[in-house]
Design a binder for this molecule. Structure first.
Ligand SMILES: Nc1ncnc2c1ncn2[C@@H]1O[C@H](COP(=O)(O)OP(=O)(O)OP(=O)(O)O)[C@@H](O)[C@H]1O
Ligand SMILES: O=P(O)(O)OC[C@@]1(O)O[C@H](CO)[C@@H](O)[C@@H]1O
Length: 306
């Protein structure tokens, strides 16, 4: 079983308008509310791929009830920890004529010590053969060691883990050998305080994450595709041509495609191919991609050894 952990889920309020004029009243052409958060998006893609998952995380207040109502349409297995404060609302603004996506993500609820403990108790059933995918930012009062606590706990119980977060919280978990990490190229550059001039430099820095303990490193590069880096090899997935509708969740989709396929095949290159297909398929969709779109996009992606 795959477990996804979205510590800080959200209602994603996606607004579409022609132009965004800051400092003025803007009116939307279209708006939609989606159940959001990185682990939630991973679970939704896994469902499309017919891979079983259970979504965990903290959910609370009136917005939490709305989040659960939105999510119930997707028929996912969930085991959320209830909290007193409100689940956040993240605003995503697509300005179509300006061709710009602007995101404003809320900080999320404060988590009490009792709520934190109840979440940790909820991990008891996870064991050997399971993969836990931790994705997204932490709620505002949780310290950066929270992911490390989870990784240590589930690893003692025999499970593998995947982590998709940034900065120190990511670096702290590398010695525990995550199955895969997927920074985008900007996040990878920030981790080492560098600027990349070419793909070879990206590969060099991705290998530093392998040296620190990651088993596989994917580097996503939005419209420039993605890299899979191993100790002595590097592979590239092209970004197929298509109309980008809403790229929110493309990275989560890539992780879902990789982990879901790896769970079944243990083949990193095939997993990378499926990950890239899921990422691009989501970028070409209003919401998270559906199976038909993923299958179609898969045919347009080739994996090349560099
Ligand atoms: N414009 C695009 N055209 C084709 N494929 C895309 C596009 N944007 C994203 N993808 C695919 O999805 C993958 C993940 O996208 P991206 O690099 O934007 O991840 P991310 O920064 O983690 O995104 P997010 O945080 O929004 O989920 C890319 O590596 C690529 O394979
Ligand atoms: O604030 P975080 O946790 O870093 O990111 C949250 C978020 O932007 O990530 C998903 C897309 O990847 C969205 O569904 C959600 O709103």
């Amino acid at each position: 079983m795959i477990y996804t952990i979205t510590v800080n889920p959200s209602i994603d309020y996606v607004l579409q308008l022609k132009n965004l004029n800051t400092g003025e009243v803007n009116r939307t052409a279209k708006d939609v509310k989606l159940p959001g958060g990185k682990g939630i998006n991973v679970s939704r893609i896994l469902k499309e791929l017919e891979v079983d998952s259970t979504a965990l995380g903290f959910v609370g207040g009136a917005t939490g009830s709305m989040f659960e109502a939105l999510l119930s349409q997707h028929d996912l297995k969930t085991a959320f920890t209830k909290v007193a404060e409100d689940t956040r609302i993240n605003v995503k603004i697509n300005a179509t004529e300006q061709n710009k996506e602007t995101e404003i993500n809320g900080a999320g609820p404060n988590i009490t010590d009792t709520e934190r403990q109840s979440f940790m108790d909820n991990l008891n059933g996870i064991g050997a053969g399971d993969i836990v995918i931790m994705a997204g930012s932490l709620c505002k009062n949780l310290d950066s060691k929270f992911y490390l606590d989870i990784a240590e706990t589930i690893q003692k119980q025999g499970a593998d883990f995947v982590i998709d977060t940034t900065g120190q919280a990511l670096l702290d978990t590398l010695p525990l050998h995550p199955l895969v990490v997927k920074p985008n190229h900007h996040e990878l550059a920030d981790l080492f305080n560098v600027t990349f001039k070419n793909e070879q430099e990206i590969i060099t820095y991705a290998r530093k994450l392998l040296d620190q303990g990651a088993k596989h490193v994917l580097v996503s590069m939005a419209g420039d595709g993605a890299l899979l880096v191993t100790k002595d090899k590097a592979y590239k997935a092209n970004a197929p041509k298509g109309t980008v509708v809403n790229s929110v969740g493309a990275g989560d989709s890539m992780i879902a495609g990789f982990a879901g396929t790896f769970m079944e095949t243990k083949d990193p290159i095939e997993s990378f191919h499926m990950g890239a297909a899921c990422g691009s398929a989501t970028a070409f969709s209003q919401d998270i991609a559906i199976k038909e779109k993923i299958d179609k996009v898969y045919q347009d992606i080739s994996i090349t050894e560099l």
